[in-house]
Design a binder for this molecule. Sequence first.
Ligand code: GLC
Length: 750
Amino acid sequence: MKFVNLKPIIYVGLVLLFLTSCGENKSTQNNPVEKSINDLLSKMTLEEKIGQMNQLTGLGLSDEMQYNVREGRVGSILNELEPTVINELQRLAVEESRLGIPLIFARDVIHGFKTIFPIPLGQAASWNPSVVEDGARVAAIEAAAAGIRWTFAPMIDVSRDPRWGRIAESLGEDPYLTSVLGAAMIKGFQGEDLSAPNSMAACAKHFAGYGASESGKDYNTTWIPELQLRELYLPPFIAAAEAGAATFMCSFNDINGVPSSGNPYLNKTILRDEWKYDGLLVSDWGSIEQMIPHGVCADLKEAAELAANAYVDMDMMGFAYINYLKELVESGAVSEKIVDDAVRNILRLKHRLGLFENPYVEVLDEMPFYTESSLQKAKQAAVESAVLLKNDGNVLPLGSKVKTVAVVGPLADAQADQVGTWCFDAEPEHSVTPLTAIRNEYGKKVNVIAEKGLVYSRDKDKKGIERAVNAAKRSDVVLFFAGEESVLSGEARSRADISLPGAQSEMLTALKATGKPVVLVIMAGRPLTIEKEVKEADAVLYAFHGGTMAGPALADLIFGKAIPSGKLPVTIPRMVGQIPVYYAHKNTGRPGANVDLIDDIPVGTLQTSIGFTSYHLDAGTTPLFSFGYGLSYTNFDYSDVKLSKNTISRGETLNVECTVKNTGKYDAAEVVQFYMRDKVAKLARPVRELKGFEKIHLKAGESKTVKFSLTEDDLAYWNEDMVKRAEPGEFEVWVSPNSQTGKAVSFYLK
Ligand code: GLC
């Protein structure tokens, strides 16, 4: 028997063993989940790996779907909603596929599953992270009971263009407010333990820059300099990653010509290398395939190659990976390491959700939908989401002198429209409308006359207006519920004219002509250009689309059982031509001031006589209502702004405090806002930037000292060297009720 000198083989084996153990990074060795992932990965064929990267929309228990699941050709299914079907598909995956890897079931649960909360833009008007977290928690409990363990929310695209239909899903125009509320929503969806059966993986979307869609037209191109990307659009995603968002989603748009689904700088350099994010990145629906119409890929194979090499882990309904990734890996066009890393991210999510241990949903006799607790949370959210924009003569809250109210308008009793966009699973019959709530809650106090006047928001048939006018004449106060049908906002629902649709404005004029006080309540998915209507109405309550319990919330606000506390999370323009218009604007070299408006210009005026500053002749220098604006039934006085120091050094923290007093007669909440300005910097800085806020509750006559702080990082901005850095010099701060008022107080950074 010939002895073979085994030493060299043993030596090489030991070296290889050492290298592979180094190859598995330290965390793998010490982390049982990572070890389990790598063990499973090592058993998977290339086809099975690619199957995990494929996400399909539900087809029930069709033969095609059963085949895909059994063969391991699908890693996640969205839009499957029947728990028994979900469990059968899961059984096929766990018990009949070769490796038994469980599926993740996903759905867009954006602002509620069955109990619908205000649209996210409305929730943002609450400036209340706990309201937002509560809403997401209720949504998770309801959706997870149906077997949904992954939602495609929060949508944290900073949105400054109200023409864009998806502003409805956003948390508004400010990166700081969006960051804080987006993190709260993630916490609500994911709960304390992501593996708990009533938790859902959140999805920070759409990564990135989608809110910059040109002209507010959905899916449109964006042109975003990296400085603006870093300063405006990315901060909420950093906050989401820090909040533990389990997944991210690519955006449809291109940034400067590069679609996000094919953008390795965004998805690898920033997301993975800079932020060390280890969650899953899923494409948007067909966004990989859509790189063909984008004009950056000739065919689906190229799209699969570009997306895989741009580190998109999972292909939602694009059929790119499942059809072409195998040959791309075999040809070397895509490395198998990229596939392995993608599959690790997918398996890690499944571990974090506890699906390997508990893959099935408990089929309940009674689903936890519409519980009293959930409905009360939805009502509270709707109360806090309403913004009081005008209240001349304190017409609100309605007092005991009001014996008869006319409840009119196309949104007064519109169960399907009041829940707003992106609530596929809502059941309109559960919506409590303003008319129903006023009748039920206040019908003993006042006589209610109801006349829609217009059947729906776009209705141009004015024949019903006369009946509404007659109702108004017989009333003491007119409550006009106007706005947008839900279909006029959301995805692919952009409007070039964002005025009140249909004949609503004419209807308001006719109601006003009766001489009765008119309370205008707007239920919409975006800011609307309502300058004329605000002038005509005596009071204006902007309620966005308030969800299932919008009616009871608005009834309580109108009759004073609840006090408005909402503040605008987005600017309301006077006219669409002002867009983009937002509070954190630059000052320019000729800031607009003291201007003559177009109708004030005397005939024959010389070209040079009405000044040269930055404004529109027909709109002036300001929007209709600014970010952060909102009234109450009481008043708040801000005083004694104090700084801990007048000059701070690098690394020091500046503390700021202010006394706020409720000087009115109602106990109420106030959102105290904290803004900063860098007065002189190498790059021109915004005239104000939100750096903090606190919602406080004050009894009539009560005062409270509110405290904020600024660190050096808060003073920093991304500069021309692509470095985030604070510059020495003068800064100003405000503690104020909105983005336009308050007294500036200066301090210096040495
Ligand atoms: C849609 C949306 C995205 C959503 C996805 C799944 O097109 O852009 O926000 O989560 O498809 O429905």
